[in-house]
Design a protein. Structure first.
Length: 121
């Protein structure tokens, strides 16, 4: 199971495998997820662990600011947008990482989660 802490989430649109990964910072504490990217996108949600499949399911609502751009090159409304995103991370080899694919507006995005350290305080 993923431990509480700060994580860096790397992401890249599958339609452009030659493109580099971008990243965002997220915090996980008691199953609650909170994070943001350098473009002003903010997301909140939950992380749950399925003991049968040994997979993590992360459900978040991504809030895209006005003028924001998605990794899929889609442009949200001028006033910004809210997008529900769910990702299942395959069985982790350790308690501090995971990878998977997520659907963002009908396009696949590859994600990789890496533990950076404990939650302060």
């Amino acid at each position: 199971m993923l431990r509480d802490g700060l994580y860096e989430l790397f992401y890249r649109a599958e339609a452009d495998p030659s493109g580099g990964f971008d990243s965002l910072l997220l915090a996980l504490r008691n199953g609650n997820v909170l994070g943001s990217d350098r473009w002003g996108g903010v997301f909140t949600g939950r992380c749950e662990f399925d003991t049968l499949t040994r997979q993590h399911r992360i459900n978040v609502r991504l809030i895209v600011p006005p003028g924001g751009m998605l990794v899929t090159d889609d442009c949200p409304r001028e006033s910004g947008d809210e997008i529900d995103v769910a990702v299942t991370l395959g069985p982790a080899r350790e308690l501090s990482s995971g990878c998977g694919l997520v659907d963002v507006g009908g396009q696949q995005v590859r994600v990789e989660l890496q533990f950076k350290g404990p939650v302060p305080g």
